[in-house]
Every structure is written in C-alpha cells, then in structure tokens.
Design a protein around this ligand. Structure first.
Ligand SMILES: [Zn+2]
Length: 492
C-alpha cells in the first residue's frame, strides 16, 4: 500500500511494428497524469499466462494494468481503468471492444469474462495478485481462468468499453470451450484455493450472483442462501464483525413504508400466533424492536422485554413504557430468568453470524422455549421472481437472505426442533399496495386499483416470507463449527 508506485503497466511482447512505440505512448500519457508508474515488459521467452503470473507478482503498483502490445485503443483508457480502481468503485476492470464470449463459454464458467479479443484489464494490487497467482494455464486461455477466479473469490468487477478496430479472438471457439472445461475440472479437483466459505452452511460452492454498490452478492449452491460478501470498513472496528445497521430503521425500507394501522394489525396477528404456544404472562424477548408496534401488542399478554441496537429506537420504546434495552443479541445481558419465548421479525437477516446468534438465543431460552422468526425465503416464488430487480433493495438492509432448507438445517444444528414452517402474511394498506403495483406491474395497475377499492383495508398479503416456529431442544447442539477450519480458504 505504501509503495511510491501507483500504477504498474504490464506490456506483453510482440504485436506492434516498432516495439518501442507502445511503451513510448504509455510513458507519454502517464507522465501527463502525474501518476507514479512503472512499465513492466512481460517475459518474451514464456507463454502469455506464465509471463503474466511473473509480471503481476513482480508489479509494485497499487493498480496493475495489462495492455495489448499493439495498443489498439486510446492510451487514455489506461487512465480510466486506474481511476475506476483507485476510487474504490471496483477491484477488477475488463476492457471490452464489444466482442463477447460465447454463451456456452459463459455458461461453463461465469457470466462476466474478459473480451476474447483484448488483453486489456486492470486489477487492484490485492485482486491481481490473488487471482493471477492462482491461475494454472500458461497460454492466452489464462484470461478465461482470470475471469472465472475473479468471480470465485468474490472480487468486484466492471467492464470498460474502449474503441478498437474490428479484431479477432485470440482463441477460436473450440479452444475456448476446451479451456473452460479444463478450468472447471481443475476447480472440481480443488486445484484452486477455496473461496471464503458460506456463512450459513460453510460450503465452498459459493459464487458471485450480483453486484450492488461497493459490494458483491454471493450465492451458495448448497444451501441457496444469498449474502453480502464484504463487511464495510467501519464495521471492521467493531468487536462484532458486522453490526446491524441503523439504516435498517430509517423508514425507507418496504417493512416500514406502510402505515401504523397496518403494522399494528400485523403485530396483533403475531401475538395471536404466540398465544397458541405461550401461556399468559410468559416471559418474551423481542430482538429488534423498531417502531415498537409488537411491543405494544405483546405487553398486554406477556412479560415483554425488547432489545434494539439503535439508541433512538430503544429510547422511544422505553418512553412509551416498554422494557427495552439498547443492545445487540451479543452484548445483551439478561438479568431476569430465562425466556419462554424469543421473537424476531425480519431481523435474523441482519445478523452477520447466524450460528453465534442462534447459540446466543438458545442460551437465553428455557429448555422447550419457543423461537418465532420471520424471514425472506430465497426458495420462495415471489423472491425468485423479483430477485434480479430487487437485489440492491434487499441488500440495503440485509446481510444474509436464507432459504427455507438452510434455515431448517441451521436451526436443527443449533439445538432447535422445528414445529412449523409456514408462509408469513402481513397487513398492508391500500396506499402501499397501490404504490407496489404501479411501480412493479404498471400494466395491470388500473385493474388492481379497482380491485383494491373493494378489498378490506388493511389487506392481509403474502410477502414472500416464511414464519418459523421452533423449540429449544435440551442437550448440546451438533458441532457444525468444527468444519470451518478444515481447509485453507481464501483469506479475505
Ligand atoms: Zn451455504
């Protein structure tokens, strides 16, 4: 990080009519930018992939840019790549002249791969060194391996379109497919260092499935959960690696966008569900109090205790006479007897470590105590239909989204016995539903508006979420944590 060199430009041999031409153009351009730079000529005696590995490992810059020897695009494109990476917007940039990989190759590997006709790419030093050092192929097909590994290790990636004259792929279609198969086989045989594992089931079959501002969304092939890949920098200073973000409660999420009356009706309904399971005056803990509507419904029947990490919300609820503490699950100290029940409504998704959270909740519960939690279901139809469109929205407030099967496994491994998993319904008022319909399905909006007028207000609707009722088992939980440290994983 502290080296004086900002940019390392790696220049492959060959191509240009006069070899010094590209070097002179790059030098001339970078001198005008005032950036500290070095130009590293790749070893002409090695094949491209092998030479690139050596070049990247020798590079001293914070940004590493690989260029084409003929420099078929304006030299200022190098500056664009450097700016994209230095601004922290991305870890990797693939330059593209508009030639796309065939869909078969992308299907075999990952959706975003470098342009088959260009070598132009930029890496943050961290990304470049990690990804390129893991490559195994020696020829130009190494570029495919780089695209694959960028996804495998969860680095952010952007493409930069550059003006280039028509050009041919450096590899023909069959050679590309053959290389893709080799890469897949190497991966299957654990030839590459594993990615950081799934936080839910610890599988290493995790892939980038989307990108949001500053982060990537990972998807676990095994348990079908989706999660944010990286913690933000300020969270790293907390003793708990990721904490629930106050932004979750600032009133702009779907959960909060509907009216008080709809919310309090939802809360009354939730208390009714609990009433079938808990005796009157049972001791009940709510994790994540938010607007306090559940507190107000539950305090009539139960000895209610709430915790919320957001100071203002905890204070507001206390002001209304509820026993609410400003605490996270990890640092909450229960001074009373163990709880008969714990309820979490769309809060579990905000917890960075589900295993720690469940172990903690198990400790807070009496044996046989009840856990009620509602959460999105990534195997649900509504979620699957809206995933692409709502990814940024979903991950503005959530860290992990679970599948139904992942939650079953998680709870059973954490010492809970599942009583029921059912679709969850919440009340929404007309105004909110009108807004949802007209923003998502404008074509049917007029009919939906008319329909809404004759339906009851507020209306009970499915939210694509599930509700789980589980009981604390007696006895120790299965030790799933042990498998975490079996193999070295990518240390990010
Ligand atoms: Zn998983």
């Amino acid at each position: 990080m502290s080296g004086p060199t900002t940019v390392s430009v790696l220049l492959p041999p060959g191509g240009a009519s006069s070899p010094g031409e590209a070097r002179a153009a790059i030098t001339g351009f970078l001198e005008t930018t005032g950036l500290e730079f070095e130009i590293v000529a790749l070893d002409a005696t090695l094949e491209y992939g092998a030479a690139l590995r050596r070049g990247v490992s020798d590079a001293r810059g914070r940004v590493i840019v690989v260029v084409d020897p003929e420099l078929p695009y304006p030299v200022s494109a190098i500056g664009d790549v450097v700016a994209m990476i230095e601004s922290g917007a991305t870890d990797v940039v693939f330059g593209t002249g508009g030639t796309r990989r065939s869909s078969l190759v992308r299907w075999l590997l990952v959706p975003t791969l470098p342009d088959p006709g260009l070598r132009f790419a930029g890496f943050s030093s961290t990304a470049g060194k990690r990804v390129v050092s893991e490559t195994k192929l020696d020829g130009v097909e190494c570029a495919l391996e780089i695209g694959f590994l960028v996804n495998k290790y969860g680095f952010r990636i952007e493409t930069l379109t550059v003006d280039v004259p028509a050009h041919d792929a450096t590899l023909n279609f069959f050679a590309q497919v053959a290389a893709a198969v080799r890469i897949r086989l190497t991966n299957r045989n654990m030839g590459y260092r594993a990615a950081r594992r799934c936080p839910v089931c610890f599988s290493q079959e995790v892939w980038t499935c989307g990108q949001v501002t500053g982060n990537v969304i990972r998807s676990c092939r095994r348990c079908k959960c989706r999660y944010l890949h990286q913690f933000s920098d300020e969270d790293d200073t907390h003793p708990v690696r990721r904490v629930m973000r106050p932004a979750a409660t600032q009133g702009d999420s779907t959960e909060d966008a509907h009216s008080d009356s709809a919310r309090s009706k939802t809360s009354v309904r939730r208390v009714a569900i609990l009433r079938r399971q808990l005796t009157a005056r049972a001791r009940l803990l709510e994790v994540g109090v938010r607007d306090g509507s559940f507190a107000s419904a539950a305090s009539r029947d139960y000895e209610y205790v709430g915790i919320d990490p957001v100071q203002t919300l905890a204070r507001q609820a206390r002001g209304r006479g509820f026993e609410v503490y400003c605490a996270t699950l990890a640092n909450f100290v229960n001074t009373g007897p163990a709880f008969d029940g714990i309820a979490l409504f769309h809060v579990f998704e905000n917890m960075p470590d589900p295993h720690d959270a469940l172990a903690r909740m198990k400790d807070l519960l009496k044996p046989g105590g009840l856990l009620l939690l509602t959460t999105f279901d990534t195997e649900g139809l509504l979620y699957l239909l809206t995933e692409r469109k709502r990814m940024a929205q979903n991950f503005r407030t959530h860290l992990i989204l679970y599948s139904r099967s992942a939650l079953i496994e998680l709870l059973e491994n954490s010492g809970f016995e599942i009583d029921a998993i059912v679709p969850d319904f919440e009340y929404r008022d007309r105004k909110f539903l009108r807004h949802v319909v007209s923003s998502r399905w404008p074509a049917v909006a007029p009919i939906a508006r008319m329909l809404l007028e004759i339906l009851p207000e507020p209306l009970l609707v499915g939210t694509g979420s599930i509700r789980i009722l589980a009981k604390r088992r007696a006895g120790p939980p299965a030790n799933v944590r042990a498998i975490r440290s079996v193999e070295p994983t990518h240390a990010r």
